[in-house]
Design a protein around this ligand. Structure first.
Ligand code: CA
Length: 226
């Protein structure tokens, strides 16, 4: 999962990117409204954390532009204390949730998890796919109850596929959702990651759809449908 943070306070920006990075997200950051708007306009984020008071373009205007352009990623706005009218304008502009500064990082993480899973159609942080359990809160996976040792990139890949279980996901889509902007993105490395993941969770759980991409499946129901 990949998150955009638009925040002009450098300390808060650093703090957020560390916390979200530790939680397993790929992070892009923008410290002014122009760059923030551009990134959201051109990159497919799984969620955005958007400060409202920003240099060059304010948060509400950015959000209005994104929504007018059909961008549907979940947006959590950061508002100043005691500014109830900011929250109202934020929701009117298309925000999905808000936090008032100062806030606890844990609360931001919980709200982001909820936004990301809801956008993908899930109601809980844990996804069970025929004995493969992907726990997005703990950042861990289990096969038939036994923990699977995964690197952070492998978990990010698995987590994205689990959020979209049963759907064919192209390599480009995977690259866009598991790497940040500065990462050397080579779609061939996806093949390597998928290979490693298969060895760890079971070869039959990731299907290759020739020319289209990959699909995470429940091998038991797959077999029954054939
Ligand atoms: Ca600000």
């Amino acid at each position: 999962m990949r998150i955009l943070i638009v925040e002009d306070d450098p300390d808060l920006c650093r703090q957020l990117s560390e916390a979200l990075g530790d939680a397993g997200y790929a992070i892009d950051m923008a410290t002014d409204g122009e760059e923030g708007h551009f990134l959201g306009d051109t990159e497919p984020y799984d969620a955005v954390v958007l400060d409202l008071g920003l240099p060059i373009i304010d948060g509400i205007s950015i959000l209005q532009k994104w929504r007018a352009d059909g961008k549907d990623f979940p947006v959590l706005i950061l508002t100043a204390r005691d500014q109830w009218s900011e929250k109202v304008s934020g929701f009117d502009a298309g925000a999905d949730d808000y936090l008032t500064k100062p806030f606890h990082t844990e609360e931001l993480l919980a709200r982001l998890r909820a936004l990301v899973r809801r956008a993908a159609g899930h109601t809980t942080d844990t996804i069970d796919i025929g004995g493969l359990m992907v726990d997005n809160r703990a950042g861990r996976a289990f096969v038939d109850g036994a923990p699977v040792k995964l690197t952070s990139h492998e978990f990010r890949l698995l987590s994205y596929m689990a959020m979209h279980v049963g759907k064919v996901i192209s390599r480009t889509e995977l690259v866009e959702h598991i790497y940040d902007q500065d990462f050397d993105r080579d779609s061939n490395t996806i093949e390597v990651f998928v290979g490693r993941l298969r060895r760890k969770i079971g070869v039959k759980r990731i299907e290759t759809v020739r020319g289209l991409g990959y699909r995470l499946v429940d091998p038991v129901t797959e077999e029954a449908e054939k």
